[in-house]
Design a protein around this ligand. Structure first.
Ligand code: WAQ
Ligand code: MG
Length: 262
């Protein structure tokens, strides 16, 4: 089979004078058969042009051939879900699942320490709001490791296996399970925390090889445009260059069992 990677990103010029900047509207990554390239490409453009975050004035679509031998096949993380009443409860749940993984060898898990980590995560999450990619946070040193803090690190070159599906509308879960599975398999990766920046989509998740993919059904209030991703990495476990190389370059197809969306 002949495979092609397609990447789309769209942005809008906002603000005036010193405040003028490109605001990220939409992005997507696919790996599909040659036969689907054209249709998937136009579906991506439609998606960018109809996005709830606004009308783009810049759309970039990149199409590249991918060698089949370079593609790694991964099994999707197992999926579970947590129902909550409020976004506050959802966030609390997410932090509760993540903080125990942030120890990096240190065994200090006092209530006070957990509280500190929780505050740190909350603070980091707010810093991700304007970013187009994810924050890469080193739990061993407390440093941010993205080469460009404004942009963040983007996981690319991934799709669901056997999906040549053409859909102009985003399926949040399908895309997220693919991304989360790739990210969880990156060298040194400890966990991921994600909230969509799409105002109409309030479900988020935490994910790791240990936790699997945990959907948290409400993590923000409807209409809120803030969202972001944090990749928690441990520099005691792997080199940051290897992690970033994997996230940005490795071609991955994810095998998703039917009806795995819990
Ligand atoms: N790599 C790194 N970061 C990314 C990427 C990527 N490929 N794509 C998006 N981000 C960052 C970016 O900062 C966005 O603002 C933020 O994540 C949110 O992206 O089970 O839709 O695409 O139903 O809005 C979760 C689904 C959906 C939960 C998440 O994220 C469920 C979603 P969005
Ligand atoms: Mg979005």
């Amino acid at each position: 089979m002949e495979f092609y990677s397609l990447k789309m990103r769209a942005s809008q010029h906002v603000g005036e004078g010193a405040n003028a900047h490109e605001q990220h509207i939409s992005g997507a990554e696919r790996i599909v058969n040659r036969d689907s390239v054209e249709a998937v490409c136009s579906a991506m453009v439609r998606r960018a042009m109809t996005h709830s975050k606004g009308n783009p004035d810049f759309i970039n679509v990149k199409i590249e051939k991918v060698q089949e031998n370079d593609i790694q096949i991964l099994k999707a993380l197992p999926v579970t879900r947590i129902d909550v009443e409020t976004s506050k409860q959802g966030l609390d749940k997410a932090f509760e699942l993540i903080t125990p993984l942030m120890g990096s060898g240190s065994s200090t898990s006092s209530a006070e320490h957990i509280e500190k980590l929780r505050d740190k995560l909350q603070e980091l999450l707010c810093e991700t709001y304007p970013m187009r990619g994810a924050m890469l946070y080193d739990i061993a040193t407390g440093e941010r490791l993205e080469p460009d803090h404004e942009r963040g690190v983007r996981a690319t070159y991934m799709d669901a296996l056997h999906s040549s599906e053409v859909d102009g509308k985003k399926n949040h879960f399908n895309e997220a399970i693919v991304l989360a599975t790739k990210v969880a398999n990156a060298p040194g990766m400890v966990a991921e925390l994600c909230i969509s920046d799409d105002p109409e989509y309030v479900t988020g998740y935490v994910a790791s090889k240990k936790l699997g993919y945990v959907r948290i059904m409400k993590m923000k209030t409807l209409g809120d445009e803030n969202g972001g991703r944090i990749f928690l990495f441990d520099s005691n476990k792997a080199k940051v260059e290897d992690c970033i190389e994997y996230l940005q370059k490795k071609k991955v197809l994810v095998e998703i069992p039917p009806s795995s969306n819990a």
